[in-house]
Ligand binder design. Structure first.
Ligand SMILES: Nc1ncnc2c1ncn2[C@@H]1O[C@H](COP(=O)(O)OP(=O)(O)O)[C@@H](O)[C@H]1O
Ligand SMILES: [Mg+2]
Length: 394
């Protein structure tokens, strides 16, 4: 091997290639220029490829790509050597460079063919683009489905919460109504016997005082059972056809003057309000309870709006009491209609105001709901069926 190399590199006495071309300047320089241009191009192409390969680690078939780089450099070298041998007869080194080029090019060719099916299977940029668009479409579809699912879940949760609330109020109503009813019967015995004792007559002021105290306690108990019965929808109502606006105006006349001047009053009554069939006394109570609550919620003043309107789609009449007061957090809203639920100090709140409103609304075939935002205010909406609508359904 060493001998072979020594022989190859040590050759002397050979003629430079230019001799074969008879030193014809046209031939010589055309060869020189063409070989130089090819050589330069062959050196520049692998340089660009090498830069590309190092910057893009994701590129596949890297081994073959690097072989390409080596192969093109070797080809470039052979062209520069062709220029050199025009004047210098170094055919041994030229043969060696050609040999290296041959090895690299054969290796490249051998490695390239088996890769062809894989390279053909690679998706084109257009295919990738289409797949991408398809994917985006599916993502959008999935997002929409997810949104719909969330909305459906929210609706279901809301319906479940409403049902649970209605069931709780129903159970509370039955319990309260049962107790109040029995208690009322017992109260009748107490009142009748206080009356009887009075009729026996006594000049003893201590006996009279005791009877008076018993009487006033029994009266208070009777009022309490009344309120409980109205929550339990067991209050004997005397429904008559009324103008809700007139009832509101009466209540305002009764109560408006006692409102703190820091509370601005806005009364917005619909002029063409449909008549409603309700118990006047209970309705006045309900309006007063709502106004008292609104006033209590605005210790530092605010605006109290009382609004009536027809609800077209439902043939109902709506009364709204809106305040700009303290509002209620959701857990208070959830319990506000319960009898005896109060957040007010003992002696200030009985917790029976909204339960009366609730009982009155349901017993009249209507409904009541609260929308409240802490620190912003509360809107209580009382809906009562229009008198004509009620007649149609009964
Ligand atoms: N307009 C309102 N603004 C803020 N909170 C209210 C309002 N109305 C009712 N509430 C809340 O609901 C609770 C129950 O009201 P209610 O049944 O009238 O009882 P009471 O007024 O005796 O406390 C109140 O204690 C209060 O916490
Ligand atoms: Mg109240």
């Amino acid at each position: 091997m060493i001998d072979y190399l020594q022989k190859l590199l040590g050759q002397t006495g050979l003629a430079p290639h230019g001799v074969c071309l008879l030193w014809d300047p046209a031939l010589i320089w055309t060869h020189v220029i063409a070989d130089a241009a090819i050589g330069l191009a062959y050196f520049s192409i692998p340089f660009a490829m090498a830069v590309f390969l190092t910057k893009r680690p994701d590129i596949r078939f890297r081994a073959v790509a690097w072989l390409f780089v080596a192969f093109i450099i070797a080809c470039g070298a052979t062209h520069f050597l062709s220029i050199w041998t025009l004047w210098n007869p170094d055919y041994g080194p030229e043969a060696l460079v050609k040999l290296v080029t041959a090895v690299v090019s054969v290796a490249t060719a051998v490695m390239l063919w088996p890769l062809l099916p894989q390279a053909l299977a690679l998706p084109s940029p257009e295919m990738l683009q289409r797949a991408n668009e398809d994917l985006m479409l599916r993502v959008a579809e999935r997002d929409a489905a997810l949104d719909a699912l969330q909305a459906a879940n929210a609706t279901r949760d809301h319906a479940e919460a409403m049902l649970a609330q209605a069931q709780r109020m129903e159970a509370l109503g039955q319990l309260t109504g049962g107790i109040a009813h029995d208690f009322n019967n017992l109260l009748t015995i107490v009142v009748a016997n206080v009356d009887r004792a009075r009729r026996f007559g006594s000049d003893n002021p201590r006996i009279v005082g005791a009877l008076d105290a018993a009487q006033s306690g029994a009266d208070r108990a009777a009022r309490l059972t009344d309120q409980l019965l109205s929550f339990a929808r067991r209050q004997p109502l005397q429904p008559e056809t009324h103008d809700l606006n007139a009832i509101v105006e009466d209540s305002m006349a009764l109560f408006g003057r006692t409102l703190d001047p820091s509370i601005r009053l806005r009364v917005e009554l619909a002029s063409d309000l449909w008549p409603v069939r309700i118990d006047q006394g209970q309705c006045e109570n309900a309006v007063l309870n709502l106004i008292v609550n609104a006033r209590d919620a605005m210790p530092d003043g605010g605006t109290l709006t009382i609004r009536t309107a027809n609800v077209e789609g439902e043939a109902a009449v709506e009364l709204q009491i809106i305040d700009t007061g303290t509002g209620m957090p959701p857990d208070v809203v959830a319990r506000a209609f319960e009898p005896f639920f109060t957040t007010k100090a003992t002696g200030r709140g009985s917790g029976l105001g909204l339960s009366q409103v609730y009982g009155f609304a349901s017993q009249s075939g209507g409904e009541v709901d609260i929308i409240s935002t802490p620190e912003a205010g509360t809107t209580v909406s009382l809906r009562l069926p229009g008198a004509e609508q009620l007649q149609e359904t009964t």
